[in-house]
Each structure stands twice: as C-alpha cells, then as structure tokens.
Design a binder for this molecule. Structure first.
Ligand SMILES: NC(=O)c1ccc[n+]([C@@H]2O[C@H](COP(=O)([O-])OP(=O)(O)OC[C@H]3O[C@@H](n4cnc5c(N)ncnc54)[C@H](OP(=O)(O)O)[C@@H]3O)[C@@H](O)[C@H]2O)c1
Length: 263
C-alpha cells in the first residue's frame, strides 16, 4: 500500500509515526509533499520517508492520497492534485472540508473525510470518519487500518457528525489541557509545590478517565461515589455548579461547532 501525504505538518507527522510504529506500512511506502524544505528534511531524516516539493508528484502511483494541509490551502492544493486515477482513494483530515466540496474540488468520487485529534501523536487519538458511497469495502478497511493506527477510530455514515466531532474531540484536547492546567494552578494556590500538584492532577485525570472507560458506569454515578454527604467534594462541586461549569462547557463546544460549520 503506497500512501502520499500532501502537507507534512503536525498531524501528518503524527500519522506517519503511528503508521510506522504499528507497522501498517514501511517508510518506503510513504511519500510526503510539503512547501517547507525544513519539514521535508525533518520527515525524511526522522522517519526515512520520501519527500517531494511538488504535490502532483507526490500523488503519482499512490493508493491513498492524504490531504493534511490547513483549510486555507485546500482550494489551491485540490486544484493541483485534481483528477486522480479512479482507483485512488483520497483521505482528507482538513477540518470543515465537506465531502461534497472535496469531490467537487478534486473531480473525484472516492473520498474519505476524517477528523483525528492531537493525542494521535502518541497513538492515543480519537478519529471519527465517513466516506462517499464510491469508497468500496476494501478501501474502507484500508482507511480503518490507517486511522486505527492513530488510536481509536469510529466510522459514521452520516457526515453531519464530523463538524460536531471537530468541536468535541478535535478541539477537545485543548479543553482538557486547560482543565489540567487550571487544576494544577488550584493546587499551587492552596500551597502545594507545583511539581507535586502536577503529579497529583495528571494521574487523577488519567485514572478518572480510565475508570469511566473500564467500569462503563455513568460519570454521574462515579461522581456520586466520591461525594460523601457533607464532605469536601460537595463544597467544591457547589462552587463549580454556581460558576456554571457545565453550561460553560456546553456553550464552548457549541461555539466551536458554529465555527466548524463555517470553516
Ligand atoms: N493539529 C490538530 O490537532 C488537528 C486535529 C484534527 C485535524 N487537523 C487538521 O489537519 C490539517 C493539518 O493540520 P496541522 O496541524 O498538521 O497543520 P500544519 O502543522 O500547519 O501542517 C500543514 C503543513 O502543510 C504545509 N503546506 C502549506 N501549504 C501547502 C501546500 N500548498 N502544499 C503542500 N504543503 C503545504 C505547511 O507548510 P507551512 O507551515 O510552511 O505553511 C505545513 O507544513 C488541518 O486541516 C487541520 O484542520 C488538525
């Protein structure tokens, strides 16, 4: 399987790393085109992949063409790589780019649209994806193996969930990082050395996440389990609810969703 990346930035690098670590492909199977000579140099040095400056050249002879450029560069890039051979599958990770625009811009019908997220950098990503009807079962399996290398993957047949996922899981790591940062500051505020606060918070977030995942209990049930009547946790929860913590989250994600729909 030969994979071409157009755009060799942060996400492309995360994908390349995961594909090689999980042995989905070898460096010889990957070619990357990027406008930046420094990026091309770094990717070929670190991962042993081929690199080119010309996007048209990258897509020659590949089975899968991955579009990993930022949204403002998409129109120009699609113009360069349009009319790919019918058997080539195009996989776009460009936020906000709808299947219909991709198909129109590329003059092509076998297109997968995916929304990965940043923890893909360590193979712990969450990717939601969909495909046009022209993507056949074998190509879907290929897309699944590529996206599965990044962490968890979830196929949906309805494209409308992609913009929603952009706001929830695409931007989600930023919300979680802000939460972690704020909680560490809170520990420091009450007198803990920063290094201790960091250690306590990171494992608390990790352990709590794994508890939700492994027990499959509803988060509210787990929260009740740590909230003793008249105890310390309930005082803290009261402050969070008074500060509209939950509705703020709802509004924040809704704002990101509005933006995602109009990228
Ligand atoms: N980062 C995330 O967490 C994340 C998550 C989900 C989806 N995505 C999506 O993934 C895509 C890539 O994001 P990213 O964070 O990897 O962006 P990025 O780091 O900026 O990578 C894009 C790369 O493409 C290069 N480039 C620009 N114009 C080009 C052109 N015409 N032809 C070839 N290469 C070109 C850029 O070079 P210059 O820097 O020199 O312009 C850069 O190296 C975006 O569409 C984003 O919506 C990102």
């Amino acid at each position: 399987m030969r994979i071409a990346f157009v755009g060799g930035g942060t996400m492309a690098e995360a994908m390349i790393k995961c594909l090689l670590v999980k042995a989905v492909v070898t460096p010889r199977d990957i070619v990357v085109s990027d406008v930046s000579g420094a990026r091309r140099e770094l990717l070929s040095r670190e991962y042993g992949v081929s690199t080119v400056a010309d996007n048209r050249k990258a897509r020659e002879g590949c089975d899968i063409l991955i579009l990993a450029i930022k949204p403002p560069h998409l129109v120009q890039v699609m113009d360069e790589v349009k009319n790919p051979p019918p058997e080539q599958m195009v996989l776009s990770i460009v936020a906000g780019a709808a299947l219909s625009s991709l198909c129109r811009g590329l003059n092509h019908s076998s297109v997968v649209r995916a929304m990965p997220n940043m923890p893909a950098q360590i193979g712990e990503g969450m990717t939601i994806w969909t495909a046009t009807a022209e993507v056949n079962e074998k190509q879907k399996e290929t897309a699944q193996s590529i996206l599965g290398a990044l962490g968890e993957e979830l196929y949906v047949s309805d494209e409308k969930y992609l913009d929603m996922a952009t706001a929830l899981s695409g931007s989600g790591p930023a919300y979680v990082f802000l939460f972690i940062e704020g909680l560490i500051d809170a520990g420091v505020h009450i007198g803990l050395p920063r290094s201790i606060a960091e250690e306590l918070v990171i494992q608390t977030v990790l352990g709590s996440t794994q508890t939700v995942k492994k027990t499959t209990k509803h988060p509210a049930e787990l929260r009740n389990m740590v909230t003793s009547p008249g105890g310390t946790t309930t005082d803290a929860l009261l402050k969070l609810e008074k500060g509209t913590f939950r509705s703020l989250l709802l509004e924040a994600v809704a704002a990101a969703y509005e933006k995602a729909k109009h990228l």
